[in-house]
Design a protein around this ligand. Structure first.
Ligand code: 6PG
Length: 262
């Protein structure tokens, strides 16, 4: 398990009766973040496979996780029974799966193809479908996952990134539909403020039901959103609303991203 560069790490402490303060691992550089996240992923996979014969993980998109995925495909190829791992996504851009901007395509190239993962283990969000129907259809793919007490599907691990505006997955600042979610939807359409605007995303309820949540954030451009995500609890900082119900979220960051906390 990684520890902060100075050897200190926050112990899990209750931030409030129902949430935990996050555990933050500050590492020397991006390479160390990739190594530690790959190590954590493999350890959680091994434990879940030993306990129940299967590991259900929701992958993060964007660019930050790519190196960690490549490490898993190389350094951990022989250290995880990959035939027992089922791959889902935390979010997707509404583009075809072969589009270079697809989160599926990034993981396929970095992780799934190198490990020769069988298609029945890959549960892709259909970015090519209309966002509304795509979200409903993806929720149907989550029915074979265990359920939490408040009836959300439970992943063993949800990997997340952090956007410069404090978004995570495709949960963006001020997205009231995702915030309210009165129907307790598991997957919702999202709208990004720029770039590929139509998205699909797991909801806060689904993410917070996960057994483990691991964030990755590196680089100076993530220093301000990381400080916000760790110090406030606001709809304007969606990452701050990721409050797993069973244990602290884990943040793996480099010194540059952690600069405004030091
Ligand atoms: C996406 C991601 C998104 C990402 C952050 C960080 O579809 O873009 O799911 O939530 O994790 O925007 O992106 P980078 O890792 O590229 O900085």
């Amino acid at each position: 398990m990684a520890t902060r560069a100075d050897g200190c790490k926050y112990p899990p402490k209750m931030a409030s009766p129902t949430t935990f303060a996050p555990t933050v691992f500050v590492l020397n550089d991006f390479t160390e973040v990739e190594r530690e996240v790959a190590q954590r992923f493999a350890a959680l996979a091994q434990a879940a496979i030993k306990a129940k014969g299967r590991f259900n993980v929701a992958l993060a998109g964007g660019s930050t996780p790519k190196g960690a995925y490549a490490r898993l495909a190389n350094d951990f190829r022989d250290r995880v029974d990959w035939s027992r791992v089922h791959f889902y996504w935390g979010d997707e851009r509404c583009v075809p799966p072969e589009d270079a901007q697809s989160n599926f395509a990034m993981a396929k190239n970095a992780l799934l193809d190198p490990l020769q993962i069988h298609s029945e283990q890959v549960h892709r969000m259909d970015g090519a479908a209309a966002p509304g129907s795509g979200a409903e259809r993806y929720a149907e793919q989550l029915h074979d996952l265990p359920r939490s007490a408040d009836d959300f599907p439970v992943f063993d691990l949800v990997l997340l990134g952090l956007g410069k505006d404090g978004h995570t997955a495709s949960l963006f600042p001020g997205d009231t539909a995702a915030l309210e979610n009165p129907a307790k939807r598991w997957v919702l359409p999202g709208t990004a403020p720029e770039g590929i605007r139509d998205r699909l995303t797991l909801t806060f309820g689904t993410i917070n039901a996960s057994s483990h949540v691991v964030f990755m954030a590196v680089g100076a451009e993530k220093a301000a959103p990381l400080r916000s995500a760790l110090t406030v609890k606001s709809p304007e900082v969606p990452a701050s609303l990721v409050q797993p119900t069973t244990r602290p979220a884990e943040w793996y960051v480099d010194h540059a991203a952690y600069a405004e906390m030091q």
